[in-house]
Design a protein around this ligand. Sequence first.
Ligand SMILES: [Zn+2]
Ligand SMILES: [Zn+2]
Length: 393
Amino acid sequence: MATMEWIAACREELYALREELHRCPELSHQEYRTSALIEKQLRAWGIPVLDFHLETGVVAKISGGHSGKLLVLREDIDALPIQENTGLPFSSQVSGVCHACGHDIHTTALLGAARLLSEHRDQLHGDVLLVFQCAEESFDGAASMLAHGIFSAQTPNAVVGFHCAPQLQVGKVEISAGIREASCDSLTLTVVGKGGHGAHPDECIDPVVMSAGLLMQLQTLVSRRNKATDPVVLTFGEIHGGSAPNVIPDQVLLRGTLRTFDNRVRMAHLAALEDLCTGFCRALGGTCTVTVEKSLPPLINSPDICQQLLTSAQTVLGEDCLGSESAPSMGSDDFSCMLEACGNHGAQYLVGTGLENDPATRMGLHVAENIFPSQAIEPAAATLVQFALDYLN
Ligand SMILES: [Zn+2]
Ligand SMILES: [Zn+2]
């Protein structure tokens, strides 16, 4: 039976699963119910769940009937701190939390793919590791699962996964080789001076004025130090300092994000940023410490995997399934950490979730009103299954 027909045969079950996941969304690192539901389902289908002492997230393995490569299929399972406003009958029952990034579709499609691959494991020349990844939205789920050794027994030959794309029609995919998403480093700058009475700045070292100057200087890294052909974004979205208009505080915290398309550019900017922060604040009599956390490399898709993905997608979705190519994004996905751990061999592709006659399905990711239609599960699961069959065989 062809892959699409296999998937269609378990449509009702997958839609019901999706609705259950959608009703009970959980934030990053709190995906307890979601993980339990995934585990229960995998066990019901006879798919062995591996124990890596994970707090949340699930890893399972399908051992093929013949020896061969190890392929990782990875999808993320967490939700966002957004109040759902879709009007769906199976809307989130958790106040202020919803699946506004489509990760319930991701989870369900991977479950569907797991079921079908398991049923046909005798045909597989190699193994499939299923990674239901926690905490993508907080950018540290991939790193934490890798730290638990999910790839320690054997370095996988490749990792593949998809993300929902409201800008693409259901039934279409986007598969693009090369740079797709930016690196991301979360920065915390602690600017320390000496607090005191606002009437006597001469007796203080004012961290508010220091921070204001520093913030403007930091933008010159992008506009004056960086080569214009290398995209870089440096944004500070948080400033915390002070408690009264007439008191100079001891310190100010600035929190921001650095995005690049190239690890060399990224490292050069991190070094220059640290130099500027320390030097600038020292010149004004204060200090500045820089902390870098939750670092993600850029997401770069392998050309050979993309070529295979395209062939597999065309097998299940038809020759004209390829949507128009979008520009690489300065956004980030910690799929890039999984890629790096697989020797930079793999790809993340996009699966359309937009419906022509329903504008509510085309509003965008992280939008409270956006509807991800369940019909997108079938093309998503089918492409995962077909790719696994083609890649391993
Ligand atoms: Zn998201
Ligand atoms: Zn997402």
